[in-house]
Design a protein. Structure first.
Length: 239
């Protein structure tokens, strides 16, 4: 190959790279517009007002937490399958649960059910650290890779049974459970700081459940109330 051929090849490759970069940029712009529309039309209009939560929902690229063939549906207000019988929750529910938790900058949060990593990423936008447990080994690996690739170094994933929490890092400023339990696990209540909250769906598997807000008072007493009906995949594990 002579110098002329080399220059021609370099020009072609450069042109292809520019086109690919331009196409990627256009796609990301489209996702950003869809994300803004999602926040305005399916989250704010349904009553989520916390500015920190809304900012996190605007920042986190939900399309990065679903499979390639589902990216075009990433900003629809609906759950999507992520494999292994699990789903990524609909954006409104993610935002509502995040707002209910009332955590803030500097807090440490426990999540039960990492899934694809989306809820952990939303929380990691503003809290100090998110510890998240995933019982499905493949999903634990996938969520670890995604969170690391997207720069969420303050989110740590562990494979294991979330029923028992993560005592090593307790107590937590908030606990969020993204799968339906038949009852509120006592270990999670124990690992909640006084004055902190837990948000957890409770009810029979594959049916309508109640999204429960659990609060531990400063004196250690527990209060709980049902906030809204929801439908989550069941919490699995030894218990």
């Amino acid at each position: 190959m002579n110098r002329y051929d080399v220059r021609r090849l370099f020009s072609v490759v450069s042109a292809v790279c520019v086109l690919s970069s331009s196409a990627f940029g256009a796609e990301e712009d489209q996702f950003a517009r869809q994300r803004e529309q999602m926040v305005k039309e399916t989250i704010e209009l349904r009553g989520v007002k916390d500015p920190v939560t809304l900012k996190a929902m605007r920042n986190v690229p939900r399309h990065e937490f679903v499979d390639e063939q589902l990216k075009r549906m990433a900003y629809a207000d609906r759950p999507l399958p992520i494999g292994y019988g699990q789903t990524i929750s609909q954006p409104y529910i993610v935002a509502a649960m995040t707002e209910m938790l009332q955590v803030k900058e500097g807090d440490v949060v426990l999540e039960i059910g990492a899934g694809s990593g989306y809820q952990a990423a939303v929380l990691a936008e503003f809290v100090d650290h998110v510890y998240t447990i995933e019982i499905v080994p493949e999903l634990a690996e996938i969520s670890t890779e995604r969170l690391k690739r997207l720069g969420y170094d303050n989110a740590t994933v562990k494979e294991g049974d979330g029923y028992f929490g993560w005592e090593e890092h307790a107590p937590f400023d908030g606990i969020i459970v993204t799968a339906a339990a038949t009852h509120i696990p006592p270990p999670l209540i124990e690992q909640l700081k006084p004055g902190a909250r837990m948000v957890i769906p409770v009810g029979p598997p594959m049916q309508v459940q109640n999204l429960m807000l659990v609060e531990k008072q400063e004196d250690g007493t527990i209060t709980q109330r049902s906030v809204m009906p929801v439908r989550f995949v069941p919490l699995t594990g030894e218990r």
